[in-house]
Design a protein around this ligand. Structure first.
Ligand code: SF4
Length: 712
């Protein structure tokens, strides 16, 4: 049949967490797929960013893995699926016998679907360990922790559409939707701004978001360009301003006394924490004029509906939980939660990072965020699964990596690339290479992590299989398969079913994703009311407890989902990053992603359209620092930290704060993660990607950009 006669398939963009609908037109040959706009897609109504438009480019890329591979004498050889499965099963059994079930770790993936992540966490737990995690640990673990503990659910309190319609003010801290969530930015924020909404952006780096809010040519928007790692003092100065103004003018509505009284607890603790807080000192620490902070505080407090958007600039710190808690404090004392256009809203990075957590691919929670150490919750899941679940939370993914060679001896990785995504990547690579007894990777490309594996399983891509994904505002949507490209590849779901059935005999015999979803909804209360039929083309927001529930566009209208139904306020104090500049490393290195690239670059570096704009890494350096270190725009420079060095091109710009440098994690040899610090937030165990001490020097003998080359 020619391509014109085939119906385009409605599915979801495989890149970011906005969850835009796209259509894929099948061609004459498998893999010959073309992007088509989906005009009435529920999230984006046909709009698309550069990544979504280029999504089909990698489906039939020449680098696709097409056959299972087994490593022998340091070299991969092609193997049959039977050989690969026999090898995997014998190693999984050996490790459990020699080291116990906690000798293994399992990594799910935000690039894969809810059903697949549900199955990998079930597989880990049936194996006898809670050591299963996913890359949300690296991006929003602290946000999920703070939101779950203080409000009840680890997700956006509101939805994008509701915010566009109702919010008068967007407080965007440590997030860059202009670059990372382009359709959310252009469709929802921009529209609200055109209709009069104000934007307060808090970020050490001026970026596409900053520039995109200049569209209405007013000066009502603000960019507070703070020093990296000073978000707590800045928010404390905002909150203290609001409290002081309320004392002076109690009738002006600076805080919402009724809301605080009836719906929260901990306000006294916040006031005590700030009693001796010095705003002048804080402003100096942040590098932001106090009058700007006070003006921003006034704008937030006086808005009818103010919504906070939070990103990895807040979460990726050793004080990440406290950073987000302070945003929650601000929203609770002003009553800006539980209504349309308000709340605390994390913008999630990958297309299914929200769903991967929702379905329990985390070491401390079962599907629907039921705690593994809650006997009642655990027993209710055990009843459906028919086996005992370990009752102690497992190690997180960075902890699993740190424990390699000590308590962890084997790893099963589905669709992730930890060698590139972990902080202190050089040390992670050494551990994977030297101390891991068994590494199984299932992926579509030979990633940096797959290179180190003992067995590599060729999976199918996003366009070849079906399942559900959950976007940043809790909307569960169906991804529909177009067609399979390489005959000998297998869907992630089928691989996990085969491994589970061979290991345990039962509990993994599913016909397809819908059958898995039916079991998932049985054990996951927040998704219990969803079926594939009910999801349809619009999808449904969770919580959706019973069939027929429409799902909630915003949460906590009546009460919070905490134990006593109250929102938890808790004062927090400044904690500097674990590494601060010194004589040897006088600059503070901070990192973030680019619009055209996607995390470890496995897909985006192979996409000609996406790679064209930024084929190599670079570093933003303030003109005053450039002068001090003798750097000219375009020079090749070496950045060093205590953990490694990379060579990149200098971009001299006032976009970055003086004393700080800014680079990206997408490029293999020149990834920022060769430099980042692997210290963790104590509670959420998220690494401190956003602040490391570094030095920079001009390369006297240019290497010709070798270190920055893509690994395509
Ligand atoms: Fe895809 Fe995100 Fe772009 Fe939408 S905004 S097209 S989901 S990358």
């Amino acid at each position: 049949m020619s391509s014109e006669n085939q119906e385009p398939v409605k599915t979801i963009c495989p890149y970011c967490g906005v969850g835009c609908g796209i259509m894929v037109q099948p061609g004459d040959e498998p893999g010959d797929m073309q992007f088509r706009p989906w005009g009435d897609a529920p999230v984006n109504e046909g709009r698309i960013c550069i990544k979504g438009g280029a999504a089909t480019e990698v489906v039939d890329h020449e680098d696709r893995l097409t056959d299972p591979l087994i490593k022998e004498d340091g070299e991969f050889r092609e193997a049959t699926w039977e050989e690969a499965f026999e090898y995997i099963i014998s190693e999984l059994e050996r490790i459990r016998e020699e080291h116990g079930p906690d000798g293994m770790g399992f990594f799910g993936s935000s690039k894969t679907f809810n059903e697949e992540n549900y199955l990998i966490q079930k597989l880990a737990r049936r194996y006898g360990t809670n050591q299963v995690d996913n890359c949300t640990r690296m991006c929003h673990a602290s946000t999920v922790w703070a939101l779950r503990t203080s409000l009840g659910m680890g997700a956006m309190t509101n939805s994008m559409a509701d915010l566009e319609e109702a919010a008068d003010l967007f407080w965007i801290q440590g997030a860059n939707p202009g670059e990372q969530h382009p359709i959310a930015n252009s469709q929802y924020f921009r529209q609200a701004v055109l209709e009069g909404a104000t934007v307060i952006q808090v970020d050490p780096h001026a970026n596409k978001t900053t520039r995109s809010f200049q569209i209405d040519e007013t000066d009502r928007h603000m960019h507070l360009q703070l020093e990296p790692g000073t978000d707590i003092p800045l928010l404390n100065a905002v909150i203290k301003t609001i409290l002081e103004k309320h004392e002076e003018n109690p009738d002006e509505g600076w805080i919402d006394e009724e809301f605080i009284e009836e719906r929260t607890e901990g306000f006294e603790h916040l006031k005590e924490t700030l009693a001796d807080f010095d705003k002048e000192e804080a402003a100096e620490q942040c590098g932001v004029p106090l009058e700007d902070i006070e003006l921003a505080a006034e704008k937030y407090a006086m808005a009818n509906n103010a919504a906070i958007f939070t990103g990895m600039g807040m979460s990726q710190h050793t004080c990440g939980v406290d950073n987000v808690q302070n945003e929650i404090n601000l929203s609770l004392i002003t009553g800006n939660v539980g209504r349309p256009g308000t709340g605390v809203n994390p913008l999630r990075g990958q297309n299914n990072v929200q769903g991967t957590c929702d379905v329990g691919a985390m070491p401390n929670v079962l599907p629907g965020y039921q705690l593994v150490d809650d006997d009642e919750a655990r027993e209710s899941v055990e009843e459906v699964w028919g086996f005992e679940i370990p009752d102690e939370p497992g190690l997180t993914n960075v902890e699993i990596s740190h424990a390699i060679g000590d308590t962890v001896h084997g790893l099963y990785v589905m669709g992730e690339n930890p060698i590139m995504s972990e902080p202190d990547g050089n040390a992670a690579e050494r551990r994977f290479k030297e101390d891991l007894e068994f590494l199984c990777v299932q992926d579509i490309f030979m990633t940096e992590t797959a290179e180190l594996a003992d067995v590599v399983l060729p999976a199918t891509s996003w366009a070849e299989r079906g399942g559900t994904v959950t976007n940043t505002d809790r909307r569960v949507q169906l991804m529909r398969p177009v067609e399979k490209v390489h005959e000998n590849t297998r869907h992630d779901l089928d691989i996990l079913c085969e491994v589970g059935t061979r290991l345990f005999g039962e509990g993994f015999d599913f016909e397809g994703p819908e059958e898995v979803f039916e079991e998932l909804r049985e054990v996951c209360p927040i998704m219990h009311g969803m079926t594939y039929d009910l999801l349809g083309e619009e999808g449904l927001h969770w919580p959706c407890y019973e069939p027929g529930d429409e799902g909630d566009e915003y949460l906590y209208e009546e009460e919070f989902e905490t134990e006593n139904g109250l929102g938890q306020i808790e004062g927090v104090r400044h904690q500097p990053p674990k590494e601060t500049p010194d004589e040897e490393y006088p600059l503070i290195l901070t990192t973030a992603r680019l619009e055209e690239h996607y995390n470890t670059g496995t897909m985006s570096r192979r996409s000609p359209t996406l790679n064209r704009q930024h084929p190599e890494n670079f570093v933003d350096v303030h003109p005053n620092d450039a002068e001090e270190y003798g750097i000219e725009d375009g020079d090749e420079v070496t950045i060093k930290s205590r953990r490694g060095e990379i060579t990149v091109t200098a971009n001299v710009t006032e976009d970055i704060k003086e004393g700080a440098i800014w680079t990206t994690p997408h490029f293999a040899a020149a990834s920022a993660n060769r430099l980042t610090n692997d210290v963790l937030d104590e509670r959420a165990k998220i690494p401190e990607y956003k602040a490391a001490a570094a030095e920079i020097e001009v390369d006297l003998e240019p290497s010709g950009g070798e270190a920055a080359a893509s690994d395509d």
